[in-house]
Ligand binder design. Structure first.
Ligand code: FAD
Length: 510
């Protein structure tokens, strides 16, 4: 049979590719890994150079010994049992053992043992490969200790800390931050705070992280029950090294946003108490001035009625009795002059500058100032603020007067003898670029046909006690309009009055 040139070439190539057994032996001998081959009872038959280097035993000393000569006898028996269990089942085993060198030094060995199985299926030998990983282990421990230390320090910090990656995931936080999650009842307080303090933070974080770094910005968190909470937030951008394999040769980093959140509620409460006392005095003064203003306006309004009658009488008398008409005209002119003088002494409302106002703060102030009246009238308050509100541009005193007037009206409506259900519900919410405040009472309500009239000056549905001259709601409407908003009266779910005030977030006050 003739051999084709192609078959001959393949045979030649195979012969060239066969590894001489000597090369094989040298490769194992010179490998930089401690290699040993044992019999079935772990008696060493062969050990390479690296084995001698690692263990300190010369080749002649070690051959014929059991591998157990390396044992420090402190590795748990369970580990050996597991090892031999695997090997008996002809499976390789890998693990870490504490070994002792010839000179008595201990080292941590990372060992892999593979059974060598002959053609009849019997384990004839074991191949052991190990390396000294003591330094690596020390390094790992040092990193772990460092990590533990950092975590302990971060956890012991009296401020909440959270680190966000560019996709806004929280990579690291501390105990105080976890407490915030429970206290505020939100999944990620960091997101909520950033939404409130830097609305474009997500876009910034991905593209220009420096754009969302700021220092000590305060945010007020309102909760239905309990006092408002004040948090001061500082953010800074830090570089984080990537641990992905593809960044092994080029140290690419990614920015992280570190939030440090301090609770400044106590400090703020202190300031608030002082402010509330001043505010109470300012509001009382403004109310007194407003009462004088309204009293005088009402007096002028009422005096104008008889003067109009006099003017009609004059035109009738002018033909019949010119002398009497002349006298009456003089009296009318002098009355008009007095009325004008009276008009001039009406105190003007104070001129306030426009500032950024948090409507929740205004409502809180109003509730605080109204507490004695609410308690006196036995009214329970259901305060449901939006957790955070964007600011609007406005005049704080005017806004306080506006909501105080609505709360006063509500209290008055419910504070009648025999009226049982007395509840004031105050809510704030954000909806379609608007801040909506609802003041709902459980009083008798305003009949539908009176709801528009209620905003007319001097309209009053209250009895003739003389105290009510009906300028409250017209003034309220004026303030709302001055702030570019709208107000509506409706029926509350309990049948009482619902006053709904809406301000545009970007609305300009007049
Ligand atoms: P041993 O009396 O040797 O035995 C401990 C447990 O293992 C006992 O429960 C026993 O029943 C079981 N066991 C022991 N020999 C066998 C066997 N042949 N078949 C089934 N079960 C058995 N140990 C180290 O500490 N360091 C090493 O670097 C190391 N390298 C090894 C490399 C190879 C290739 C092999 C095969 C084993 C190696 N060993 C090593 C394991 C070693 O042989 C000993 O089992 C171990 O050191 C425990 O020794 P000992 O004298 O305390 O207990």
């Amino acid at each position: 049979m003739s051999v084709t040139p192609l078959a001959q070439a393949c045979t030649d190539t195979k012969q060239e590719l066969t590894l001489p057994s000597e090369a094989y032996r040298q490769a194992v001998d010179q490998a930089d890994l401690a290699i040993s081959i044992t019999d079935q009872k772990a008696k060493i038959l062969f050990a390479n150079e690296a084995f001698s280097r690692v263990t300190g035993y010369g080749r002649d000393e070690i051959v014929g010994q059991n591998e157990s000569v390396l044992s420090n006898h402190t590795t748990s028996g369970e580990i050996y049992q597991a090892m031999w269990g695997e090997l008996s089942a002809q499976k390789p085993w890998s693990g870490k053992l504490l070994n002792r060198r010839k000179n008595g030094d201990l080292y941590l060995a990372e060992l892999t043992i593979s059974p060598v199985v002959d053609s009849t299926g019997i384990t004839t030998h074991y191949l052991g490969m190990h390396r000294d990983i003591t330094e690596l282990h020390q390094l790992e421990r040092a990193v772990q200790n460092q990590k533990h230390l950092i975590e302990s320090v971060v956890d012991a910090a009296p401020i909440a800390i959270a680190l966000l990656d560019p996709s806004a995931r929280v990579l690291l936080d501390n105990l105080e931050y976890k407490k915030l999650v429970t206290d505020l009842g939100v999944k990620e307080p960091a997101h909520m705070l950033l939404d409130s303090l830097a609305p474009m933070w997500r876009e910034s974080l991905a593209g220009n992280p420096k754009g969302c770094s700021f220092f000590n910005r305060e945010v007020r968190i309102d909760r239905p029950a309990g006092r408002a909470r004040w948090l001061s937030v500082t953010t800074s951008v830090i570089d984080m090294q990537s641990n992905c394999a593809d960044s092994y040769f080029c140290a690419t980093g990614q920015p992280g946003l570190l939030l440090a959140i301090a609770d400044v509620t106590n400090l703020r409460d202190e300031q608030e108490r002082t402010r509330a006392a001043v505010l109470q005095a300012v509001l009382a003064e403004e109310e007194r001035t407003a009462a004088i203003r309204e009293g005088l306006s009402a007096a002028i309004f009422r005096l104008e009625e008889p003067m109009n009658v006099m003017a009609s009488a004059i035109s009738v008398l002018q033909r019949r009795d010119p002398a009497a008409a002349e006298m009456l005209q003089q009296a009318l002119s002098s009355s008009r002059e007095h009325l004008e003088s009276l008009r001039k002494v009406i105190p003007q409302s104070p001129q306030e500058i426009v500032v950024r106002v948090n409507v929740n703060e205004i409502l809180r102030d109003v509730l605080e100032v109204s507490t004695p009246r609410l308690l006196g009238a036995g009214v329970t308050v259901d305060w449901q603020p939006a957790a955070t509100l964007p600011p609007i541009l406005g005049r704080p005193l005017q806004l306080r007067m506006l909501f105080k007037a609505l709360v006063d009206n509500a209290i008055e409506a419910m504070n009648v003898k025999g009226w049982k259900h007395r509840e004031l519900s105050l809510t704030s919410a954000v909806d379609h670029e608007c801040i909506i405040v609802s003041v709902l009472d459980s009083g008798p309500g305003i009949p539908e046909d009176w709801r528009h009239k209620a905003f007319e000056p001097f309209f009053t549905a209250k009895g003739g006690s003389g105290r009510h001259i009906g300028t409250g709601l017209s003034r309220v409407q004026q303030v709302v309009a001055d702030h570019g908003g709208i107000i509506d009266l409706d029926e509350s779910p309990s049948g009482g009055c619902a006053a709904i005030v809406e301000f545009r977030i970007d609305g300009d006050p007049i």
